[in-house]
Design a protein around this ligand. Sequence first.
Ligand code: FES
Length: 185
Amino acid sequence: MSNLNDNFSFNETNEREAEKILAKYPIDRKQSAIMPLLDLAQRQNDNWLSRDVVEYVANFIEIPFIKAWEVVTFYSMYYTKYNGKYLVQVCGTTPCWLRGSDQVAKACKEMISPDQNTLSKDGLFSWMQVECLGACVNAPLVQINDDYYEDLTYDTTKNILQSLMDGKEIKVGSQNGRTSSKAVS
Ligand code: FES
């Protein structure tokens, strides 16, 4: 599990990135930069935000900790616990469900953990069911970290997870040969 949360501070690269983000806002409105700064901090901290990290960001923009924590706990894009190197978000909303998301979740249960929000044995994966990911036209799909894998079946989901476990490259997007969201003939 990540232990990057103690005494957190932006590394040199992210310090520069944070300054660029701050420069987009009026000097007396730097608290408006909270969302991209939390995202930046989360990426540096193995994709989760501990209390220490949130405190750091709150201090960075000079707001009380609780204000930053309210933002963190309101939006589903921020995580307050470590989810592994790969967080697999399985869409279970109606269009994906009608197209077989139960089979996608089954593959995750078998290969990651029977329960969602639980780390795999190797500590590298977890999965969770989420609401519509906004790509229903290519249902069913998962989001793994920043990427979408679409038009999934039980088998293609298993292949994707196995490839990640083996450190192999995998194609993002549709897994059935579809180009973008064009109709499949
Ligand atoms: S219902 Fe799954 S992406 Fe919209």
